[in-house]
Design a protein around this ligand. Structure first.
Ligand SMILES: [Fe+2]
Length: 199
């Protein structure tokens, strides 16, 4: 089953800056995403995107929401329509006249799967957070204290164990860090305390 999108333009330039309201995005999220594990994953990635936009990029509230929205909806069609991932959410956001940059970020969050290269910082961070967030969550689930006391060292050990959270692509993680020009250790250290707050 190929998920290749066979295009690299999404939305239209005239829609730059247009977003869904938080309520509209949350309505779409609850309607489309029924699996609680996937819901949590998407909320975690959304929060990391917002934190990065605010703390590292120093963006305005409006721009932070654009980043957060990309995270919140990036897997919206995975639950009910896996063979249409991420065509269906792209089409929905295009019909709703959403900012092309947000749609591009969603379209490029798995370059190997969708065949779309991450270009902007938003694209690259969504790609980088996606897999790594999943690995940290799997690690938190097996630790008695969850995220409490989780250290970089432990996460790196799990990353090296190929059988641990085997569905998490180590290749994607390395590729994403290289593209975003971020040191893996710094990204892990950023994620731990922030992801810990998402319930
Ligand atoms: Fe994801």
């Amino acid at each position: 089953m190929s998920l290749l999108l066979h295009r690299d333009m999404f939305g239209i330039p005239a829609n730059a800056g247009k977003v869904l309201s938080r309520q509209e995005a949350e309505e779409l999220f609850s309607l489309w995403v029924l699996n609680p594990r996937l819901q949590l994953h998407m909320k975690q990635v959304a929060h990391l995107m917002k934190c990065w936009a605010a703390e590292t990029e120093g963006l305005t509230d409006q721009d932070q929401w654009r980043w957060e929205m990309a995270g919140l909806l990036h897997d919206a069609d995975w639950d009910q329509w896996p063979s249409l991932h991420c065509k269906k959410i792209i089409q929905e956001l295009e019909e709703r006249n959403v900012d092309p940059e947000i749609i591009h970020a969603i379209a490029s969050h798995g370059p190997l799967h969708f065949g779309v290269e991450p270009v902007t910082k938003m694209d690259k961070m969504l790609y980088a957070f996606d897999e790594l967030s999943g690995l940290l969550h799997a690690y938190a689930l097996m630790r008695p204290g969850g995220y409490d006391g989780m250290e970089l060292k432990g996460v790196k050990k799990r990353l090296k164990e190929k059988s641990f959270a085997a569905n998490v692509s180590r290749e994607d993680i390395d590729d994403a860090c290289n593209r975003a020009e971020i040191v893996l250790d710094d990204l892990i250290t950023f994620i731990i305390p922030r992801q810990a707050t998402v319930k």
